[in-house]
Design a protein around this ligand. Structure first.
Ligand SMILES: [Fe+2]
Ligand SMILES: [Fe+2]
Length: 274
């Protein structure tokens, strides 16, 4: 069972929950002439008041349903397998664990699971959306541009590690729009953030590397690792420490206008929740 907005959603549990859903096996699909749509399963992990964040799993070879959205930027964090995206007029590219992909509003996106029995992507979009607008297949493809973050169509995890190195802590915003701010944070072992809380938004993270501990309000310490999603509702303080010998990388998602109240600031209001 995966509960929406659980303090932690483990990737293994999310995949098990999708596997337990009714659907067709690959054998059945092949016998029925390739009705792959039945092999795609999903589970909602987070609802933060703006976004519905759902894991979607399909086996390689499942067909795509290209479409576009006119009113929001849709984006994904790839969680397992290989997923090939063709977005707008850009050449297709293959995305793997920890890679971030954005389809800006109005850009048609064609998503194909290309390697693995579980090609898992986590989609971030509004609570209601549809696939009604199919768009037009591009007649000519152009290479991805290599602009720096934020808001690259494709931000491979490896690109961020190469850009900044992994010998020191760093953070860089990889997505910033009217709905979300997604900050990729690399933290050395033993290091911690400055404990704080937010009055105006829930915060959630996807762990992309290493092991971390979350100290949330007065609750027992929570440990999370690669592939886990951690959710903290507004009004709760949080301190995040990298544990173990490896550095960590996490993607922190909030509103673009997030307010921080720091616990060590005597003039700041106290968190209302414990
Ligand atoms: Fe979409
Ligand atoms: Fe925070």
């Amino acid at each position: 069972m995966v509960e929406v907005n659980a303090q932690v959603s483990r990737l293994t549990d999310v995949i098990a929950a999708m596997d337990a859903q009714r659907g067709a096996s690959l054998g059945e699909i092949n016998r029925s002439g390739g009705e792959y749509a039945r092999a795609t399963r999903s589970v909602i992990v987070v609802k933060d008041g703006r976004n519905r964040v759902a894991a979607i799993s399909s086996p390689e070879g499942a067909p795509s349903d290209p479409h576009l959205h006119t009113d929001f930027n849709e984006w994904w964090v790839v969680m397992a397998g290989e997923v090939t995206y063709q977005i707008g007029q850009y050449e297709p590219f293959a995305a793997h664990f920890g890679d971030i992909v954005i389809a800006p509003a109005g850009y048609r996106h064609d998503i194909r699971p290309t390697k693995g029995s579980h090609c898992v992507r986590m989609v971030v979009g509004p609570e209601t959306s549809n696939h009604d607008l199919k768009g037009i297949e591009p007649s000519r493809l152009i290479p991805l541009d290599l602009a720096p973050p934020p808001n690259r169509i494709f931000t491979p995890l490896e690109h961020m590690a190469r850009r900044h190195g992994t010998y020191k802590s760093w953070a860089e915003v990889v997505l910033f729009d009217q709905r979300n701010r997604a900050n990729m944070i690399h933290q050395m072992p033993g290091e911690s953030n400055r404990p704080h809380w937010h009055p105006n938004c829930d915060e959630w993270w996807v762990v992309l590397k290493g092991e971390l501990e979350w100290k949330i309000g007065d609750r027992p310490v929570l440990r999370a690792g690669k592939g886990d999603v951690v959710f903290v509702e507004r009004g709760l303080s949080h301190e995040i420490v990298t544990v173990g010998s490896e550095s960590s990388i996490r993607l922190a998602v909030t509103t673009p206008d997030i307010i921080h109240h720091f616990i060590d600031d005597p003039t700041a209001p106290r968190p209302p929740k414990k």
